[in-house]
Design a protein around this ligand. Sequence first.
Ligand SMILES: C/C(=C\Cc1cc(O)c2ccccc2c1O)CCC[C@H](C)CCC[C@H](C)CCCC(C)C
Ligand code: SAM
Length: 232
Amino acid sequence: MSNQSSPNSTEIQAIFDQIAPEYDRLNQELSLGLHRVWKLMTVKWCQPEKGDFALDICCGSGDLTNLLSKQVGKTGQVIGLDFSPQQLKIARQRFSATNINWIEGDALNLPFADSSFDCATIGYGLRNVVDITQSLGELYRVLKPGAKAAILDFHQPTQTIAKLFQNWYLDHIVVPAAERYGLTDQYAYISPSIDRFPQGPEQVKLGYQSGFSSAVHYPLLAGLMGVLVLKK
Ligand SMILES: C/C(=C\Cc1cc(O)c2ccccc2c1O)CCC[C@H](C)CCC[C@H](C)CCCC(C)C
Ligand SMILES: C[S@@+](CC[C@H](N)C(=O)[O-])C[C@H]1O[C@@H](n2cnc3c(N)ncnc32)[C@H](O)[C@@H]1O
């Protein structure tokens, strides 16, 4: 990894290619299955409807793409976009719904026309892109007027005790668990990435600066996670 404080795109892509085989198993174990609840809430917050054209940016192994697919139904379509070939390989193996298209692409340069999508999600992706402002600008561009996006990610809690717990859990539960698979460095990346990630009020400000007409941040799990809901 470069000696910069934050990894570049190539390094980020490599992390997610490398963890792809164990990603879902570790998420399930380390969140005690709660990540599924957070993802369900995220999809609900972008208000998908039957027949919608939906987008899951930074789709990874496809959890949110699959949930959107169920919501939009047979008359709808979902695009799952990610720049990690290995994550997309896992996604294609896990989910075969005919209303899903998997696309290898960059969240910072979405291969879609303006005002294409009725709703969108980003699950644990915004913290990992190298340019949050560019990513939010692209998200705004491809959404239809009035469309909603829901962005789930880790969040730096404001309460000291919660922050201490988050750091402890990441350092003493998450990273040692990743060691079992030789993925120590990849999972050790999470903690500093959370420290660099804007907190809720700053995310809201970035949402408005990107042109969204409304931006609300909902903390989850005492602020250890959060969902930013944006409306174009
Ligand atoms: C689905 C989750 C995380 C996805 C994820 C995001 C990243 O940016 C990564 C970067 C590098 C390696 C892996 C990931 C990655 O997996 C959230 C659930 C999994 C978390 C690893 C678990 C941590 C949860 C909270 C810090 C503490 C929860 C405590 C509760 C009592 C379970
Ligand atoms: C932590 S995973 C999240 C996967 C999935 N959304 C979930 O909720 O489990 C982050 C994903 O973002 C992808 N990613 C990071 N930067 C990206 C970019 N600029 N363009 C596309 N995908 C990107 C990574 O390849 C990885 O699959």
